[in-house]
Design a protein around this ligand. Structure first.
Ligand SMILES: C[S@@+](CC[C@H](N)C(=O)[O-])C[C@H]1O[C@@H](n2cnc3c(N)ncnc32)[C@H](O)[C@@H]1O
Length: 574
């Protein structure tokens, strides 16, 4: 019994305090002890919250709350959720008062659920489930919202180390239909809808409906297809390393999505080379974490990249001396360090969930969008005292990293991360033969992005070595054409009112050089940031002449190796 009461109290509290379910179930400081298993409690509360818009309608229209006085609106929500949406049904004996109170109304509730589903244009409960999971639901009386789409397709990178786009389109996707817009993929309502869209920015990348599962296919299991968010393909593509240009360091490589993408681009450039010379160029993939090094190794092998990738397991990038023999021919570096992960779709998303409550009096069909109350035989219970539903708070409309993060805590956390990221970037800039660096994060925070870029440009090593940003006009075509650039306000704020350290930052140039992906936009990507740095051949302003002897920036330990966008390897997927 406690599971349902506890889940209901969590939903009440999340509405009242505008905090996340996670922070209530797993409080940072020792707080309330739950009787239920926290995992089950978290799962039920988040699922019921996600479904609350539909269930509030179902419960409200059924009139159940007018009759069952033992049920509060949130208790009715969680029980109705399990009655219809949990495989095992309500986890209470049929004779239990709570189970009986809801099951008694099953026929009416079921009829209302069918109507709610049809109102949302879903032929089956599975289709409705996909819509709910994609966050594509909105109030049924909101005609604009009815057309709202899920935001994220499934991105599939064709691994050209093992296959080709043409081969996969003629084989794995032979029965599928090509559509010309991403919107059509997002509109797919059924996981069985076999359509794909070929991306216009990143070569060898396609989008398929979010419910489509390719993980059981041979192509996926043999590493020919890799599930990788479009945004996560930007760094390797922007770096655009070509055979014959020297070696590349992937500084923070596990689980290896970008490493294998880099390897594929490098291998393709070899094939394109007409000279017939065996051109050199290997990828040195560093990973500090032991377990993640193993994952990296596994992924590199499965992707068919082992020939070109040298995995440096348990290698802290900051301890790889720029002047080491292995780095002598390193001309490019990809730096995708641990970050807050605030751009990851799904992470902390639940802190922005709105819990909808059923009305305690049944409602009947809407008339021109306005609801009429059906006169109820039973006297209505007193209306719920809870305040209005929680909305995502924060500047830029983003949910906080965690509901426990006060502005102060978040600022401290970001400052810590930014110091670590800057330290890595400065280290990358010290490689004497390096000509190009790509820096990326799956964070939406300017502190980890534009601000780090400006601090890096103003660093001693950047000035000594002559690093500048890779201008938009110099970028590979798909990146040049990408519309979303750096945040002007963030750049202006960090640049301040003048030169610092003798470095003049051109705001316009910097804004245009940076690329952003919007987690909540229409491009179907996660939140992401990428920028390139270059220095011209021969540029070496350092007095010591070897570029490796710059003043070492203060030591900052990796603050939290949360692994950013790719926490755990579950096959080839972000
Ligand atoms: C965002 S993830 C990298 C994701 C990877 N680039 C991909 O696309 O699959 C960051 C990784 O950097 C590793 N890392 C953190 N600090 C490091 C350091 N100083 N040297 C090397 N690796 C580090 C973390 O363990 C984590 O695996």
């Amino acid at each position: 019994m406690s599971l349902y009461h506890e889940a209901a109290s969590i939903l009440d509290e999340t509405r009242a305090k505008k905090c996340s379910i996670k922070s209530l179930v797993y409080p940072a400081k020792k707080g309330k002890e739950w009787k239920s298993d926290p995992k089950a409690l978290f799962a039920l509360s988040t699922e019921a919250a996600k479904w609350s818009e539909v269930l509030a309608e179902v419960v409200g229209r059924s009139g159940m709350l007018g009759v069952e006085r033992t049920l509060s609106p949130t208790l009715a929500l969680v029980l109705t959720h399990d009655l219809f949406l949990s495989k095992r049904g309500i986890a209470l004996p049929a004779s239990h008062g709570l189970n009986a109170a809801v099951s008694k109304h099953k026929a009416r509730l079921s009829a209302e659920l069918t109507k709610a589903r049809l109102r949302r244009g879903c032929a089956t409960l599975d289709e409705l489930r996909i819509k709910v999971n994609n966050g594509g639901l909105v109030a049924s009386n909101d005609p604009e919202g009815q057309r709202k789409l899920p935001r994220h397709p499934r991105w599939v990178r064709i691994n050209t180390l093992k296959t080709s786009l043409e081969e996969q389109l003629n084989w794995k996707f032979a029965e599928w239909q090509l559509v010309s817009t991403l919107r059509e993929v997002l509109q797919a309502t059924s996981s069985r809808e076999q359509i794909y869209h070929v991306d216009e920015h990143i070569p060898n990348l396609i989008a398929i409906p979010s419910g489509a599962d390719i993980t059981t296919s041979v192509a996926y299991q043999t590493g020919a297809l890799i599930l990788q968010d479009k945004a996560s393909c930007f760094p390797a593509y922007l770096l655009n390393s070509q055979a014959g240009e020297g070696d590349v360091v992937d500084a923070c490589a596990a689980p290896g999505n970008k490493t294998t993408h880099l390897a594929a681009i490098l291998a393709e450039s070899r094939e394109d080379d007409q000279t017939g010379n065996a051109l050199g160029g290997k990828i040195i993939a560093c990973e500090k974490d032991v377990a993640r090094s193993e994952t990296l190794d596994k992924m590199v092998k499965l992707a068919g990249a082992a020939e070109v990738v040298m995995v440096k397991a348990k290698q802290d990038f900051t301890k790889l001396p720029p002047t080491a023999r292995v780095a002598a021919n390193v001309t490019a570096l990809l730096l995708d360090p641990s970050c807050s992960g605030s751009g990851i779709v799904g992470r902390d998303e639940e802190s922005g969930i709105t819990v909808h409550l059923p009305s305690t009096t049944p409602e009947i069909a809407t008339v021109r969008g306005k609801k009429r109350k059906r006169p109820s035989a039973a006297a209505p219970l007193k209306p719920p005292a809870a305040p209005p539903p929680a909305e995502p708070t924060t500047e830029e409309g983003l949910p906080p990293a965690s509901a426990d993060d006060t502005a102060e805590k978040l600022a401290a956390r970001l400052a810590n991360l930014a110091a670590f990221q800057l330290r890595l970037l400065e280290h990358a800039m010290a490689f004497p033969a390096a000509r190009k660096i790509v820096y990326s994060t799956c964070s939406v925070h300017a502190e980890e992005n534009e601000h780090v870029v400006i601090a890096a440009l103003r660093s001693e090593v950047a000035r000594e070595m002559g690093w500048r940003v890779l201008r938009r006009g110099e970028q590979v075509v798909g990146m040049r054409e990408w519309g979303l650039r750096g945040l002007r306000g963030a750049v202006e704020e960090a640049v301040g009112d003048g030169r610092e350290g003798g470095v003049e930052v051109d705001v316009e140039e910097l804004v245009e050089a940076c690329l952003r992906c919007d987690k909540h936009g229409d491009d179907g990507t996660m939140g992401f940031f990428v920028v390139g740095f270059v220095r011209d051949a021969g540029e070496m302003l350092a007095s010591n002449g070897n570029g490796g002897g710059t003043t070492a920036p203060p030591r900052v330990e990796s603050p939290e190796d949360n692994g950013g966008d790719d926490e755990e390897w579950k096959g080839f997927a972000d």
